[in-house]
Design a protein around this ligand. Sequence first.
Ligand code: DX5
Ligand code: ZN
Length: 213
Amino acid sequence: MEVSLSILTIDYTKVKEQLMPLSKELKYLHLDVMDGHFVPNISFGPAFIQSLRKEFSLFFDTHLMMTHPKQYIEAFAKAGSDAITFHIEVEDDPMELIQQIHGYGIKAGVAINPKTDIKKLASILPHVDLVLVMSVQPGFGGQGFMRDSIHRVKYLFEEKKKNNYTYLISIDGGISNQTLPLVSSYVDLAVSGSYVMNAASPMDNLRNLKNIL
Ligand code: DX5
Ligand code: ZN
């Protein structure tokens, strides 16, 4: 298992200096894109990701919280994403999105909100490289972990084993040294934002998570 660090709550004027030391302990960087429509918040777009790409060789795990991802896949792929994850709740066709993302030679992921029936993913599980289970209502960092998510990652873990699927299971929202142990036997990737980035010592808290893995 690996930690995918979300920098949503970072001071954006200090992103390079704050991320540089942490990046040596990481393989994945989680990039939260918010359109102000799918979620009630706005973050950053492809230009920011492209700037980060020049500085960091990490795996860029881009999470699109957007109502219409289709028209932006190209921009986020060309900006340097290694995986693009869209939400199953969006209006665009999921299979078409997966094919579009794969067309850029990168990984395709699907994310699911806490209130969406997990079975809604059934038909696309054979086709995705990553499934991102939201353990908070998306939109903001720093929210509390929703315990129902434990059953959801367990379900995905069992489906994967039963059917020999290859997707990575990722969890996103409220992950800390207290909550990660609840899901650590089922997930491959743990997204963590404020527990690391808002800590007095981000490096210490990142290491706390890595020690659980
Ligand atoms: C929530 C985002 C998350 C968030 C995680 O909308 O998708 O990636 O930044 O932050 P924490 O770990 O603070 O919940
Ligand atoms: Zn996210």
